[in-house]
Design a protein around this ligand. Structure first.
Ligand code: M6R
Length: 610
């Protein structure tokens, strides 16, 4: 997590840093800080909370300097307060660093330094880096950083400045992404943990690899490895369009992104589905047809919402393409005995393409020789560069921490990919045409859900007074319920327990009372009758029931207290209208509860620590 930004060039570095941090704030907003060098001294500004608090503390006009480093933090070691905000300085205020990652041996290093009389100001693991660089400094900042890198264990992306080097930045990385952008004349250098911060600029970009160190001086950049050998880096031309971060008149990014979905689903679909031929094509997918048609085992891995998409993927790949598939929570997968053969495909799903747990799972899979595919939203992201092949969601930037449009685009791509694999096996053209036609209707069906947003708001008003919920579903409505429950937890801070409805009688039913509503997802025909029986059992014990059900379904009105009626589609695709309705429900409950909807407490958009 956390966002790093550094600037060296001929423009106002503080202004550049603040603008860059704005683009990175989604990575963490517990605190922010900036350091620069003025008249041979380090100046450091820090504030807890969001970037706006930092901006208020800085008078840019008095600071027309050409170098600065900044950071926006998601707390790991140490509380989310100003003291622990980055940049961190050594005790003599010579060195300033910003750091992403975790220093695993910081405790030993800190104790050692303390035993030599070094005073620490923060509770963070990061501060130890600044103190070590100062200790190792002998008039050469690059050498001091290099020596320090050999002493610290763990993951890191760091950017370092020293008061005696007002035109010099050292940046290094290990297991944590760091990119450097520069113009053709090398008048400006931007260092960032995330190429999102290069928005609006046409830059040459290099991505540092493990244990590479960049030494940036005025109009000059070299990259070396830990043995101090020069590394020749190829740069990519990044023609980054200005990312439009506008709420487009909506009160929150989340609501805008929920309403974006008819369009973003279309973007994921168009150019890939060739309906009249019953074919699917993916641009730049270079796996051989021979490999694709021999795949007999797929492992899909991801975290959070993307993991819920993996559960749907499992059903799609098994039902459409008859390929055995497992869905693995990424943070668990790397500790398992992965059964990978030459016919295994490992798919990582990630909106950000930066999630550390997903990267770790991918690395474990690659180490066992797996072929890898990523389904990601952010191009040039770490995960997309690491996997053999990538399919992009094309959903555009998702600003709200709570993922919505990325999820529906993931489901769209996964459904298309299942048809793609099935057509290489035994799915008939006629069948594929029907599947594609049904998918094509989804944006329209979602529009209809969006049209009843005020009805959903009314239900939210009724249910927002409860503190705890059961979210129930069966078949594909179970992962739908899991995803819906996550939305409610994440943005309204309420307890929401997702269960496959049939499991209730095996224990959880004991919790049911009139104080614990059931939110029921009923849009799978295959399990509809069974779902009604489970709901009867909950009703008999007094649970208030709100059901999301397909229009004209029988029986549910007699059981549920309230029903939100959704458009009919197939069991496979019912997740779309159901999850959009659930997103709206969570949004309105959160609004009533007055939470921080776009940036919920304790969270970050991109989770780059394991
Ligand atoms: O960027 P990723 O898709 O890899 O992120 C995975 C999760 O951190 C993410 O989906 C998270 O669960 C969302 N905030 C949920 O809305």
């Amino acid at each position: 997590m956390c966002g790093i930004f550094g600037y060296l060039g001929n423009k106002n570095s503080i202004k550049a840093c603040l603008n860059g941090l704005k683009l990175l704030e989604y990575r963490g907003y517990d605190s922010a800080g900036i350091a620069t060098i003025k008249n041979g001294s380090l100046i450091n500004f820090k504030a807890s909370g969001k970037l706006i608090s930092l901006e208020k503390k800085i008078n840019i006009k008095n600071l027309n300097l050409d170098l600065a480093i900044g950071h926006t933090r998601w707390a790991t070691h140490g509380a989310a307060n100003e003291k622990n905000a980055h940049p961190h300085l050594d005790e003599m205020k010579n060195v300033a660093i910003v750091h992403n990652g975790i220093i695993e041996n910081y405790d030993i290093l800190k104790k050692d330094l303390q035993s030599k009389g070094v005073k620490f100001r923060s509770e963070t693991d990061s501060e130890v880096i600044a103190q070590l660089i100062f200790k190792n400094y002998k008039k050469n900042l690059l050498d001091a950083t290099l020596k320090t890198l050999k002493e610290v264990k763990g993951s890191l992306a760091i950017v370092v400045i020293h008061k005696n080097h007002p035109h010099e930045i050292v940046a290094a990385t290990r297991e944590s992404p760091l990119a450097i952008g520069f113009d053709d004349k090398k008048n400006e250098f931007i260092i960032s943990s995330d190429p999102n911060a290069f928005s609006g600029r046409n830059l040459n970009v290099i991505f540092l690899k493990n244990n590479e160190i960049a030494h940036i001086k005025k109009n000059d950049l070299i990259v070396i490895n830990l043995r101090k050998q020069k590394v020749h880096k190829k740069f990519e031309k990044l023609n980054s369009k200005n990312l439009i971060f506008s709420k487009k008149g909506f009160e929150h990014f989340l609501l805008k992104e929920i309403f974006d979905q008819p369009l973003t689903i279309q973007k994921a679909y168009l150019g890939r589905a060739i309906e009249d031929k019953g074919q699917v094509e993916f641009e730049h997918l270079n796996f051989t047809k021979k490999f694709l048609s021999k795949i007999d085992n797929i492992i899909v891995t991801a975290c959070g919402t993307s993991y819920h998409a993996s559960l749907i993927a499992k059903a799609y790949f098994e039902d459409q393409a008859n390929i055995r598939t497992s869905a693995e929570i990424a943070s668990e997968m790397r500790f398992k005995n992965l059964l990978i053969t030459k016919n295994t495909l490992v798919i990582a799903i990630s909106q950000s393409g930066e999630t550390a747990d997903t990267m770790a799972a991918l690395k474990a899979a690659k180490a066992k020789g797996a072929k890898t595919l990523s389904i990601v939203n952010v191009q040039n992201s770490t995960i997309s560069r690491f996997t053999d092949e990538s399919i992009f969601l094309k959903a555009g930037p998702e600003r709200s921490v709570c993922s919505t449009k990325a999820f529906s685009s993931q489901i769209t791509v996964l459904y298309l990919f299942a048809i793609y694999l099935a057509r290489l096996r035994d799915m008939k053209k006629r069948e594929a045409i029907l599947f594609l036609k049904e998918l094509k209707k989804i944006p329209l069906k979602i529009r209809k859900v969006l049209k009843i947003s005020s009805l959903i708001n009314e239900q939210a008003k009724k249910y927002a007074k409860f503190d705890s919920f059961f979210f129930l579903g069966r078949n594909l409505m179970y992962p739908t319920a899991m995803e819906a429950a996550l939305k409610l937890k994440e943005i309204s801070y309420l307890n929401a327990n997702a269960y496959p409805a049939g499991e209730m009688k095996h224990g959880p039913l004991a919790l049911i009372s009139n104080k614990l509503p059931v939110i029921a997802f009923c849009s799978n025909e295959k399990t509809y009758d069974k779902m009604l029986s489970s709901l009867m059992e909950a009703k008999a014990r007094g649970a208030p029931i709100l059901a999301f059900a397909t229009k004209n379904s029988y029986g549910i009105e007699d059981i549920a207290d309230d029903v939100i009626w959704l458009e009919k589609t197939t069991d496979e695709l019912a997740i779309f209208p159901s999850s959009v309705a659930a997103q709206l429900f969570a949004y309105y409950v959160a609004k009533i509860r007055k939470t921080d909807i776009d940036q919920p407490r304790n969270l970050a958009k991109s989770v780059t620590v394991e």
